[in-house]
Design a protein around this ligand. Structure first.
Ligand code: 0PR
Length: 393
């Protein structure tokens, strides 16, 4: 898939090591070839520079392995605390009936959360069909493929939200689950989760909400009043990623469950570990970024995230105004810090801007130029990027 350039010799794994300084010199050469968020030129990524306290926590917990939690009781406790804080953020009230066993697990990100959620539901129901909107992230296609399940795609409304009536029509005796998206990858749009939850609840079908991106944005918006989380009846599981707008290090994702006892359905025996059963997709598990998520959530608090989100939203609105002046119309009025403007040939523009050193991306549904205004993007950078865009267009 990634062929080596013909001129490049294959690197040999030498018998003797080289001096520390030489290794560092080599590393720096690779580092300099990378793009870095701090340069402010990346406007097409859902990840960002981790907060400084995340980085520190990450290095401190580098050797921890939640795959064998008995060895790292402290890290395991931290994981529980992060899950509790995330559930609190996403409307989980454990004093309500039905929520007594709420819980979850940290994992590598939104992909693993989507796979794990559908894995559990497939084993619980023995059914194979998963209903999800056309706006879903491609990880859901990986999930159904791996699990031998089948996708049933929900068309979108004119506002690019999952069409609830169409979900209703797709329900059948073989439906295992419905997936709704809170913060779509391409447009940052939010499906009508409360309505979908009611439908799912009425039909006794499981609802998973992919809030990989939106989970760390929507709760901090002053003018967003929709119920998209565990406050909505019928929402059984949610994925949310601290490594996106949560400002933690990569890889940090979480799967939250209204009833975490369902994880038993994916349990395997793990006799030689410190626990009898293993209930996660990964064996040896990344743990340093769990510490990072804990640290940054404790350090910033809701107020800190609210400030970060407000700045991103102000910058998104600023960018929207500038693009409108150029005649570029947003596909939807941005709900989050994702902005897409209609364009017939976005890929040409993405490539041309790339030549100028800017990283933008595109959306396909509908064809549009896509920006993600993450915390590392400043207003000055936006203005400079728009100047470049004017030249290109
Ligand atoms: N669900 C949603 C709604 C997502 O947007 C994403 C990732 C996922 C699930 C999967 O999450 P993981 O990639 O953590 O497994 N969305 C971004 C995308 O594919 C991820 C991304 C991040 C892309 C940084 C580029 C980048 O530089 O567009």
């Amino acid at each position: 898939m990634y062929p080596r350039p013909k001129t490049m010799l294959m690197m040999r794994f030498d018998y003797s090591g080289i001096p520390y300084q030489d290794v560092m010199t080599e590393l720096m050469a690779f580092y300099d070839k990378d793009l870095h968020y701090a340069d402010g030129r990346i406007l097409g990524s859902m990840c960002t520079s981790p907060d400084s306290i995340s980085r520190e926590a990450h290095s401190l917990f580098m050797e921890a392995n939640l795959g064998n939690p008995g060895l790292c009781a402290g890290t395991a406790e931290m994981e529980r605390r992060v899950i509790e804080m995330l559930m609190d953020l996403l409307g989980m009230d454990t004093s309500l009936p039905g929520n007594e066993n709420a819980g979850g697990q940290m994992m590598s990100g939104g992909t693993e959360a989507n796979i794990t959620a559908l894995w559990i539901v497939r084993n619980l129901t023995g059914k194979k069909e998963v209903i999800f909107p056309e706006s879903a992230h491609f990880s859901l296609f990986k999930a159904v493929d791996l699990l031998g399940m089948r996708p049933k795609l929900v068309p979108l409304t004119r506002e690019y939200r999952a069409d609830v009536q169409k979900i209703h029509e797709l329900l059948g005796t073989n439906t295992a689950a419905i997936v709704g998206i809170a913060g779509t990858t391409e447009l940052g749009q939010v499906d009508p989760i409360e309505e979908i939850g009611k439908l799912a609840g009425d039909h006794g079908i499981s609802l998973h909400v992919d809030a990989a991106f939106g989970g760390f944005v929507l709760p901090f918006l002053d003018d967003f009043n929709e119920v998209f989380d565990f406050r909505a009846k019928g929402v059984d599981t949610m994925g949310v990623d601290p490594h996106k707008m949560g400002l933690a290090t990569i890889p940090a994702g979480a799967l939250l469950m209204r009833d975490s006892t369902v994880q038993q359905r994916i349990a395997v025996r793990s006799p030689y570990l410190t626990t009898e059963k293993n209930m996660s997709l990964s064996g040896t598990r990344n743990s340093a970024s769990v510490a990072a998520a804990y640290a940054v959530m404790r350090g910033l608090g809701r107020e800190g995230y609210r400030r970060v989100t407000e700045r991103c939203m102000n910058n998104t609105r600023h960018l929207t105004r500038k693009l409108r002046k150029m005649g570029l119309e947003p596909v939807i009025e941005p709900k989050t810090n994702v902005l897409a403007v209609r364009m017939e040939n976005p890929l040409d523009v993405v490539r041309e801007m790339n030549r100028k050193g800017w990283v933008l991306s595109r959306a396909t549904h509908p064809p549009s130029l896509r920006f993600v205004v993450m915390p590392h993007v400043s207003r000055e950078q936006i203005d400079r990027m728009v100047e470049g865009l004017e030249e290109v267009i």
